[in-house]
Design a protein around this ligand. Sequence first.
Ligand code: PLP
Length: 448
Amino acid sequence: MKTLQQWQTADAAHHLHPFTNQADINRQGSRVISHAQGAYIFEANGHRLLDGMSGLWCCNLGYSQPRINQAIAAQLEELPYYNTFFQCTHPRATELAQAICNKAPAHLNRVFFTNSGSEANDSVLRFVHRYWDARGKPQRKAIIARENAYHGSTIAGASLGGMGFMHEQFEPLRGIHHIPQPYWFGAKGDNADMDEQDFGLWAANQLENKILALGPDNVAAFFAEPIQGAGGVIIPPDSYWPRIQEICRQYDVLLVVDEVIFGFGRTGEWFASQFYQLEPDFIVFAKGVTNGFVPLGGVLVSDRVSEALLSHTNDLAHGFTYSGHPVACAAALATLDILAEGPISRIKNELSQTMRDYWLPLADHPLVGQARCKGLVGALELVKDKASKQRFAGNGHAGTVCRNMSLQAGLVMRATGDTMIIAPPFILDRNEIKDLTERAWQALDLTQ
Ligand code: PLP
């Protein structure tokens, strides 16, 4: 067995980490997570942390789920691999496609499987082009997405995403346009004093303005997360989504809802599209579908889009070796079974309120300008001065708090800019949610 220092040395020498500054690793060494249990992860130095991020928004049922493990082991024995190309299928892929459609809004009845959320967004782009070709409008190619959105790290995913620091590191695909996010707390200029619902309408109307600027006949689709996750848990005002849906219908623009984070329960519904009563043309999913235990992503496709896609007489020239991987599908079927037994309805009937009871009072802390939550996600806006909403210098203060103080308080949180984010596992009880918010408060106290 290696020592912590041996792991760190080997890691610093050989591992190219995603979304990590190598200088930090060289200076401090990586944090080595050696094992996990329930809602807790353990560092190799023995430090126990309440995982307030469910891994990377994916281990929604925590880390100890023997039924998922057993399903994976049994599938490895029965059929460890076969593909779903060239008229082939296997029982698990078929069962899973059917099970996911049964949970989804009624008009989405087909699933395309990928390995990740990024690939799923890439796939949607391919399908969107094919859809408009089939409809005889191949000029409809322009895509609209939102600033600061995260849709993945492939070229297409990162181009769809609206994160400036990512765009700086490659040349984004052309033809993808970004509109402002519905970020009421961050409203500036003329919008700074707007009422929340008016601001929601203003933000939604930016979609119409962009469609008109591009020419409605050129616009193919609008991509958005129901609540922006990595972009700062941006919970839209209630006025936002109904207006977006109306605009998409009016201009016949396909609505793509990226539910990589929110699909499979986080709002208290199977899909956030149901929570917000949306009728998307595509729902993108990944992460929680297998509880994060093995990679799987996919796209739910609406009947009208499927019909057009299948009206082509040639093959659908798109797919991944591991589309519908049997082991991943088996893990997902077990995950769905467990989710159906109560965790999602518990969020709806109990834990959403518990989150509100304990999370929202964090707004009383001197460093918090706003506390917000929905279902089982929450965010804290850090401010130097509450009255003026003045931020800390450098706009990255929350990162320091999450990397240092929050870990000292025994809690994993994440940061974007000056926003601290939480997405706890669904398995916490009322006392554990209280404990989580007390740790967040303690982290803020350590910061002062
Ligand atoms: N879309 C959203 C909303 C995400 O949050 C993520 C990942 O965090 C992705 C897409 C990309 O998923 P993956 O990392 O599985 O490629």
